[in-house]
Design a protein around this ligand. Structure first.
Ligand code: FES
Length: 117
């Protein structure tokens, strides 16, 4: 994967010359991110393009609009389901999970504020 020439973003290591890093976990696996990145940017930066699937057809989803409008990037952040990864900034020790949130049986919609697809 080619990196953006201005940010030179790429996988982080603890030994990367003292660059400030934020430690995250995704389903228990450690990831490193830049301070100020969004969760979605950190996941893509780590080579993770998709972190959930659609309920009906199991199609992969990750960043799409990148500005908080489409809800494709939903992820569980520190136990809070259906957070938009593209607008949530990373925090030290953040625990991310791709576990699907419970579906409201009455409406067959995810608990994401009423967005129906
Ligand atoms: S990518 Fe569209 S809401 Fe996050």
């Amino acid at each position: 994967m080619t990196r953006h020439p201005k940010t030179q973003a790429g996988p982080r290591t603890v030994e990367d010359g003292g660059t400030s890093v934020v430690h995250l976990t995704l389903n228990g696996q450690e990831l490193l991110a830049h301070p100020g990145q969004t969760v979605g940017a950190a996941l893509v930066d780590a080579g993770i393009q998709s972190w959930r699937t659609t309920r009906k057809n199991g199609r992969p989803r990750g960043l799409f609009c990148g500005i908080g409008i489409c809800y494709d990037c939903l992820i569980t952040v520190d136990g809070a389901p259906n957070q938009r990864a593209c607008i949530v900034p990373v925090c030290e020790g953040m625990q991310l999970s791709t576990t699907a949130a419970p579906v409201d049986a009455a409406t067959d919609a995810p608990n994401d504020g009423g967005t129906k697809r």
